[in-house]
Design a protein around this ligand. Structure first.
Ligand SMILES: Nc1ncnc2c1ncn2[C@@H]1O[C@H](COP(=O)(O)OP(=O)(O)O)[C@@H](O)[C@H]1O
Ligand SMILES: [Mg+2]
Length: 340
């Protein structure tokens, strides 16, 4: 029985040929259209690296220039599955004075169009990166001459991990259909929500207003982040509207991995509903990936699934997920351009 739930209709999903067209639209010569995707949220072992590597391969095979960045320092393993020799240069070299160009840190992989900035054996501690260094790293990543930059954030909810997640154009959360994993995801979204809100307060000069509302929390009956957003809107519809818009710019996507039953796959819709109600923000459920022994077999052979088992149904499912993201981002860029 096929338990796979695709939240998109056939018309909404696009083939790899159209990804190619879209990626040309996001062409490498137009660096301002570069998209940064961050994968994070779950604890170790939920499938973040599975999603990161195979999303990246899908985009690269469709003709886009892709850079993967292994920010899962301590647990970095992308180099192994992408056939990258232990490089003498890793992420922390971004800060060394003899590196002028971040491209110099990129190593080619077994997949054409796909390069990797490895985090393996890196002395850098992403969780404790000083603010200035983090900003520099984010800026450098934005300078990469790629159509897509994909960040494997690893586990955790340190401020720095959250900042990379928030800096991305698309934030993808991977969860297992288990209560503990779902709880972790909510905790991550909650941390990202308040971190993003802090940034927005600063950008929109809304600090005073938000502080005033938070002080009257009890009185205003604010129990959830969603209540807080509504209260900001009640106080100032203009500013409140901008805050809500900016919160949704986190562009959260969800993947439920290792599903075994149809009920497992439904969990994604539950999470989406809870997020709307509790956080007042949209989470786009990309769909589920079934538990499949081909995944651990490919891991054992140190090859990404899409390379070792290209005809595996999970590969096609991930292509559809990527197609959806690409189409959505292309639409957004088109709309932004028409406002210019
Ligand atoms: N859909 C799946 N079916 C079967 N096994 C899976 C699946 N997704 C992940 N795994 C197993 O879980 C392990 C951890 O996955 P990984 O992508 O490395 O997680 P993370 O990066 O979140 O730590 C893999 O090595 C693999 O054995
Ligand atoms: Mg990993």
């Amino acid at each position: 029985m096929d338990h796979n739930i695709n939240t998109k209709t056939e018309e909404e999903t696009i083939t790899s040929t159209s990804i190619h067209q879209e990626s040309k639209l996001l062409g490498s010569n137009k660096s301002s259209y570069k998209q940064i995707l961050a994968i994070g949220g779950g604890k170790g072992g939920v499938g973040k690296t599975l999603v990161t590597a195979n999303f990246a391969i899908t985009l690269a095979r469709a003709g886009a220039k892709v850079t993967l960045v292994d920010l899962d320092l301590g647990g970095a393993n992308l180099h192994t599955c992408l056939g990258v020799e232990m490089s003498s240069r890793t992420l922390s070299d971004v800060f060394s004075s003899d590196i002028e160009n971040i491209e110099d840190l990129c190593a080619p992989t077994i997949v054409p169009n796909l390069q990797l900035i490895s985090g393996a054996h890196d002395s850098l501690n992403a969780a404790n990166l000083p603010h200035a260094q983090k900003q520099k790293l984010i800026q450098r990543l934005q300078q990469l001459k790629s159509d897509y930059v994909i960040l494997d954030l690893g586990a955790g909810t340190s401020f720095n991990t959250l900042d990379f997640f928030i800096a991305a154009d698309v934030g993808i959360l991977v969860v297992l259909p288990e209560p503990t994993s779902i709880e972790n995801a909510y905790r991550f979204i909650k941390s990202a929500f308040y971190r993003k809100l802090k940034n927005i307060e600063h950008q929109l000069d809304a600090r005073e207003l938000v502080d005033k509302i938070v002080e009257k929390k009890e009185e205003l009956g604010i129990k959830t982040p969603a209540d807080l957003l509504s209260a900001i809107e009640n106080e100032s519809s203009d500013l409140g509207g901008k805050v809500r818009l900016a919160m949704n710019e986190m562009n959260l996507k969800l993947v439920v991995n290792q599903t075994r039953t149809g009920t497992d796959a439904e969990i994604g819709f539950g999470v989406k509903n809870v997020c709307k109600k509790y956080f007042g923000i949209n989470v786009d459920y990309l769909g589920n990936l079934e538990y499949d022994s081909a995944v651990w077999q490919s891991v054992r052979r140190r090859k990404p699934l899409a390379v070792e088992f290209p005809t595996n149904p999970l590969v096609a499912t991930m292509q559809k997920m990527v197609g959806h993201i690409v189409a959505e981002q292309a639409e957004k860029i088109k709309n932004e351009k028409s406002y210019e």
